[in-house]
Design a protein around this ligand. Sequence first.
Ligand code: HEM
Length: 480
Amino acid sequence: MPIIAALQDASAAPQPLGVGAVVLLFVVGSLFVVGWSRWVRPMNLAIGFAVTVAMWTLSYVAMLQPGLVAGELLFVAALACVFAGGWVAGRRAPSEASGMSVGLVSATINLMVVGAFLRDEQGGTHLRPILYVAGLYAGSALLGLLGDRLGRRGTSGRPLPAAATLLGAVATANILVMIVLGGLVTSYEAGLAVPDWPNSFGHNMLLYPVSEMKGGIFYEHAHRLFGMLVGATTLAYATTAFRSGVPRAARGLVVALVALVVVQGILGGLRVTGNVTASMEASDLAPSTAMAIVHGMLGQCVFAVAMLSAFACAGALDGVRGSAPGSRWMRSLPIAALAALTMQLFLGAAMRHLQTAPTADAGAKLPAWAFHGHVTMALIAFVLVFMAGRRSAKSVDARPIRALGKGISHAVGLQLVLGIAALVAVLVRRGVEVPWWEAISTTSHQALGALLLAMTASLAVLAYRATLTGFSASSSASNA
Ligand code: HEM
């Protein structure tokens, strides 16, 4: 009952959790997600997580207040995601999933944010939170069920990929959204808008009232909430991957992914507090710019591992057949491109975090070494990525490699254009207010950089496997 009372009264004094209590909550929450993911049918879990990631993303955009009509439409679209999930279950996986269960999965994940909305509901009886949760489950189940019924009316479409592969794709997409959201935190200079962590202004993170999430606080706190969603998605993905008996390499990558997500979350917190403390006192805190650089870089590596693990779950690492001619180049070019992109990532992160903000009369000052290094490395990376992409797109008889090759050779050109746009936007600004066009250009340059790194890393591994297979195929042919 005290929990329910606290949920209902936003004016109640915040009750910060100590570090020990947070660790305990984290362990209990993780065990719950693992146990629950073992119990729910894998396809319901996969579609349910896909639906919820889409809902959260649309709601985030709606909360950016794009105007009354657009905002309301986005919220309606977020609800429609459950209906669409039910439809997909009924049409594309009728024997493996049901729309109602998809709705229930989504409602269970959404419990993570119910507290934040309830804190804004003043008064009422203690029954209100219970009614809220019951309404969430009933509404989600009904929307899923309706979608399912409609989906089953037509002829069933092409079947969905296996649940583990689908969850791999959902986790990868979720981390990409997280990279965009993190980019917005940095672009709007909101990294320290919430001074404490794991609490938010002394509130338990899950109960921080939505009405207080304004301006920089919104960007920073929403990034933290999405971090929880990334954690839950990744754990559900790992549990499903082990449950479905995916190849060994895939299992290894999924375990690495879970570990990296945990480390990434802790680094995000340490960027804010500088040490392990739940205190909000400035004297106890030591925000760390170095940690911001590491957190920004590791975020992109986490994304690359997620993408590679999804390929591995789909069996792409096992079934690649390469052509032996030109194998040496096919193997070394993507590796060289990956090395250049990693260096470029470091230089970009350093340039972003070590710059001096503009004043009313003078533009931003970028550290010269990082600026010159980033521009020079851009040209080297462009050439290497383009060559690796073209070579892979042309020379290999394997669909994922060809697609990745084509993808990176196009993306790297767009990345150059976005880089120039971001640089101009940063240099022309005067004053402390960050204009939307600067935030959009820097964040999209960063997000496309993450996509490029992940695709190149996947290509490097797939091409390596392909050339090995190609060599062994040709050598066994010559031995015979
Ligand atoms: C898997 C989870 C996470 C991912 C993939 C992720 C990713 C990112 C990325 C890509 C950035 C932009 C960095 C840059 O601009 O160089 C960022 C910024 C940031 N993240 Fe995260 N993040 C995660 C979790 C967290 C968590 C749990 C926190 C907790 C406080 C957090 C706090 C921050 C802060 C404060 C910034 C802004 C840094 C600054 O501009 O000073 N992140 N994140």
